[in-house]
Design a protein around this ligand. Structure first.
Ligand SMILES: Nc1ncnc2c1ncn2[C@@H]1O[C@H](COP(=O)(O)OP(=O)(O)OP(=O)(O)O)[C@@H](O)[C@H]1O
Ligand SMILES: [Mg+2]
Length: 236
């Protein structure tokens, strides 16, 4: 029943899934030979659904998210997001698709060091054609508690503050899809809790789909569904 999604009035409605993965394999060739990182993933995620991806270290969670973000290409299989088949898009089209459709909070998806916090959030909005980019960016930074740090460069921010700027950047464009990989990884309990609240609240407000990788069982439980990865497969 993957494509059955709770509609706003609480009834079950069959809507085409926002994300659909079919028989996804990812094999990377390292120094020690090929590594089969993902080994046949089938997964549908509905519009506005919140899905937690959990599993042991090395099970392929971040790799799966990178494929959904179009940052990595599957070795085989089909990834369809919001009607687009990612495998068929070239790099430019993928970059545009990312910009228009998703917000990404990855630990490795760094802020640009030569831009202030405000510019890091505003410039992608400007590129997407938003006239009010700086006003939106300022409001999002206020919302993550960084109103007093807008003119700081990433090197002048703590790890947790950088993570909050990254969250503000990810959600500022009100994307259909938010992909988050351990979004509270660098943060203390209180700050992490606030970020989680912001993440859920923003997704709810915009009806965004959320795919969240986490080691935190309590956080996973807050999602609509938990998908467990083990050794590159979905554990049933
Ligand atoms: N470029 C690469 N070449 C070869 N193997 C890789 C490469 N990148 C990742 N791997 C391997 O793929 C497997 C899955 O990695 P991935 O980062 O997706 O795991 P994960 O579930 O996110 O783990 P963690 O919870 O520790 O973040 C790991 O065994 C990792 O060593
Ligand atoms: Mg990971």
């Amino acid at each position: 029943m993957d494509s059955a999604v709770k509609a706003k009035d609480g009834h079950q409605a069959a809507i085409a899934p926002l994300i659909s993965l079919r028989d996804i394999h990812l094999t990377l060739v390292g120094g020690a030979g090929p590594v089969n990182i993902l080994r046949g993933i089938d997964l549908d995620i509905g519009q506005a659904e919140r899905v937690a991806i959990i599993g042991p270290s090395g099970s392929g969670k971040s790799s799966l998210l990178s494929l959904m973000a179009g940052l990595e290409r599957a070795t085989s299989g089909e990834i369809r997001i919001n009607g687009a088949v990612l495998n068929r898009l070239d790099e430019d089209a993928l970059a545009r698709f990312r910009r228009d459709t998703m917000g990404i909070v990855f630990q490795s998806f760094h802020l640009l060091p030569t831009m202030t916090a405000l510019e890091n959030v505003a410039v992608p909005l400007e590129l997407a054609g938003r006239a009010d980019a700086f006003a939106i960016a300022a409001a999002e930074l206020e919302a993550v508690g960084l109103g007093h740090r807008m003119d700081h460069y990433p090197a002048q921010l703590s790890g947790g503050e950088q993570q909050r700027v990254a969250l503000a950047r990810a959600v500022a464009g009100a994307p259909r899809l938010v992909l988050a990989d351990e979004p509270t990884g660098n943060l203390d309990g209180a700050t992490g809790g606030r970020i989680v609240e912001l993440l859920f609240e923003t997704c709810r407000r915009h009806g965004a789909t959320l795919v969240l990788v986490t080691h935190d069982a309590a956080l996973a439980e807050r999602c609509d569904r938990i998908v467990r990865l083990a050794d590159g497969r979905i554990a049933r």
